[in-house]
Design a protein around this ligand. Sequence first.
Ligand code: MTE
Length: 334
Amino acid sequence: MLIKRPPRIASSEITPEPIYRARRQFMRQSVALGTAAIAAGAVGGAQAKPSFVAKADVASPPWLRDKIAGAAADTSEINDTLTPYEHVTSYNNFYEFGYNKDDPAKHSGSLKPHPWQVEISGEAEKTGTFDLEDILSKVELQERVYRLRCVEAWSMVIPWIGFELGSLLKQFNPTSRAKYVAFTTLKDTKQMPAQGSAFGTIDWPYVEGLRMDEAMHPLTLLAVGLYGKALPNQNGAPLRLVVPWKYGFKSIKSIVKIEFTEEQPPTSWNISAPNEYGFYANVNPKVDHPRWSQATERRLPSGLFSPNIIDTQMFNGYDEVASLYRGMDLKKYF
Ligand code: MTE
């Protein structure tokens, strides 16, 4: 993870939450209209797609758009201003597409998120490889507004569309030996060109893991969308993890495999630099990274004249997870 100068962004570009809410209602109606238009096109000739349907949505299959349009409204009580869509989708870490913040948005067009399958394996009664469509047919989508805090000390506030990871894991009846859950990103140098680079610091594929109780916590999401649309490739289409009380590197993107394990699984950044990135990676203002103080963070958008520096909160403000770590030395298990 490299240090980059923050882009200069006027605070006037921030989308206030009420405007997004109103827009979201509008988008739901638009998606329904768009689907009807496509269906009509199938029987009555081509029809122009409504111009307000985002690029990512046009590329995603109708079943996914319908599913997202039916997501239950957010009930979280976060009052933070949302980070505008443009910033959420253009300032990314997705090293499979390059190391600069704008590389994923520029280069992730080669990723083909549909059709997509996920392998479920390991310590569970039921295992196998499943189509994403089947997986999603068995879960309820919800919108959740979460803070995302990167270990590089920047943060965003994102309205995700997703479902509780626990609601999926339970369907496979994990055995009593399942103590951890391991996740793997796609490995394919054709779709993810930077995996073929000789200069990378990551041994591909990107891997991550959670302890079973962390994976089952109701805050832990698998996301398929944001801002009421399917996930853009640069944000981890078609399926990514979101663990809001942990540093962003735990939120692995473009997942192809979920495995129940007895032992703590290896994780990409921990393999690369074990003294810098731990397995737990809980947001903690009192435990600094060797290169970045974690006491404060830059809430995006931020610029030279409005850096938007705020205090970092323990567990990123999600106090309800504190009981998962009772009695643990969080300096040792960072
Ligand atoms: N997942 C994969 N497969 N590859 C990555 O490089 N980067 C991580 C995480 N998930 C990464 C990944 C890091 S360091 C962060 S901070 C978040 O994704 C960034 O998510 P965002 O780009 O949607 O903001």
